[in-house]
Ligand binder design. Sequence first.
Ligand code: ADP
Ligand code: MG
Length: 243
Amino acid sequence: MTPRIEIDAVTKYFGDRLVLDGVSLSVAAHEVVCLIGASGSGKSTLLRCINRLVEFDHGAIRLDGVPIDDKRFGATGLQRRIGIVFQSYNLFPHMRVIDNVTLAPRKVHGVPRAEAEDRARQLLGLFGMGDHATSYPEQLSGGQQQRVAIVRSLVSKPDVLLLDEVTAALDPELIGEVLQIIRGLKDEGMTMVIVTHEMGFARDCADRVCFLEGGRILEQGPPRTLLSRPENPRTRRFLQRII
Ligand code: ADP
Ligand code: MG
């Protein structure tokens, strides 16, 4: 079967600095892949290449077999099909929650307001945010804001969700509620590529874990194998440092 996402020998330079060094990775539909590795290893850059927030230099990335720079995705089609959520939730402070989450679907993807708001309210309800549709971001906790940011990425019905350290800015007691939502998305079959430092979460949510160092995937495997019995001494050293 065609992988949902296929990354084929992708190379990326920032200036003369090699940041991705021939990365290949296939992600099947409904698969959850976690990327782990030290700061600077290229995790965010790889994620951003997948939905073209960053352009790479060599190699190819395909979505359902189609190169991501293919004209058929148009200017915004790829971003609708591949959602991304960041560590900093990037909500507009002057906009109510409902307007934050329906802005892109309405203005960029042409979804009618009523339809976008229906779906937004449904998702907000599902994520325990039903009472906050008319709140402003500053009235919400960090965990609630991050849940809103996840809803925002889901309103456009993406096929793939990219999550870049989405719990890293949260107080410890708020991390669990966001991870719970991601587990729920997995249960519903969402295809996800997740950068995380939460090894417990990677262990029970990922189908596969990839360890990056110096812009390469040094080792990958099922979480139980990679996190408990890594073969590469560098993976072992990384895990010993952070656990
Ligand atoms: P990670 O997410 O694993 O911490 P990044 O992908 O953010 O790693 O960064 C990989 C390398 O690329 C780092 O050395 C970083 O400094 C560099 N880098 C990232 N983004 C840029 C950028 N926009 N311009 C120049 N260098 C960058
Ligand atoms: Mg990063």
